[in-house]
Design a protein. Structure first.
Length: 161
C-alpha cells in the first residue's frame, strides 16, 4: 500500500502517505528508449533519401511529446502527506506538486474520522474533522486503501484515548 506507519518517535506516531507510481525511473528510460527505437524503424526504408529529412522532425516531436507528458505526469504526482499523532496534537502536512505545502492541526480528542461512502468527489472519501475544519486524507489512495486506512487510524486513536 502506498502508505506506512513509521516507527514511533517518542510518544508521536507518524503516518507517511504517497501516490502509487507504476513507472519507475528505470522503466521511464526503457519506455522512452524503446518507443524511440520502434518509431525509428520506418526510417530505415528511407535512409539516404530526402523523405528522411521530411519525416525526422515529426518522429522526434513525437518522442519529445511522450517524454514531456510522462515527466509532467510524474511531477504532478509528487505528493506526500505526513500525519503526526501526539498526546495533545494531530498534524497533517501535505506537500503538493510544485512545492506547495498545506498544514492542518487539531486536538486528537475532538478528531472525527469520516468515511463518506457516497456524496464525496470519490467513493469512500476519507476526511478528518476537528476544531471546525475538515480535511481530506489520502485523496490519491484507492477505495480499498482508504477503507483500510480509516480502520487503522481509528484503532491507533482509540488506543491513545
Amino acid at each position: 500500500m502506498p502508505y506506512e506507519w513509521l516507527p514511533p518517535d517518542g510518544a508521536t506516531e507518524r503516518l507517511h502517505l504517497w501516490p502509487h507510481r507504476s513507472l519507475t525511473q528505470r522503466g521511464f528510460v526503457w519506455f522512452v528508449g524503446l518507443t524511440a527505437a520502434l518509431i525509428a524503424v520506418p526510417l530505415v526504408a528511407v535512409i539516404g533519401s530526402p523523405v528522411l529529412w521530411a519525416m525526422l522532425p515529426f518522429l522526434l516531436g513525437t518522442v519529445w511529446a511522450i517524454w514531456f507528458a510522462l515527466r509532467k505526469n510524474g511531477r504532478d504526482r509528487d505528493i506526500v502527506e505526513d500525519l503526526r499523532i501526539s498526546e495533545d496534537r494531530i498534524t497533517l502536512v501535505r506537500h503538493g506538486p510544485k512545492g506547495r505545502r498545506q498544514d492542518w492541526e487539531a486536538n486528537p480528542y475532538w478528531l472525527r474520522i469520516t468515511l463518506h461512502e457516497t456524496g464525496g468527489p470519490v467513493p469512500n472519501y476519507l476526511t478528518l474533522k476537528a476544531e471546525g475544519r475538515e480535511v481530506e486524507l489520502g485523496a490519491f489512495l484507492s477505495e480499498g486503501e482508504r477503507v483500510a486506512l480509516r480502520g487503522e487510524l481509528a484503532d491507533r486513536l482509540r488506543a491513545r484515548r
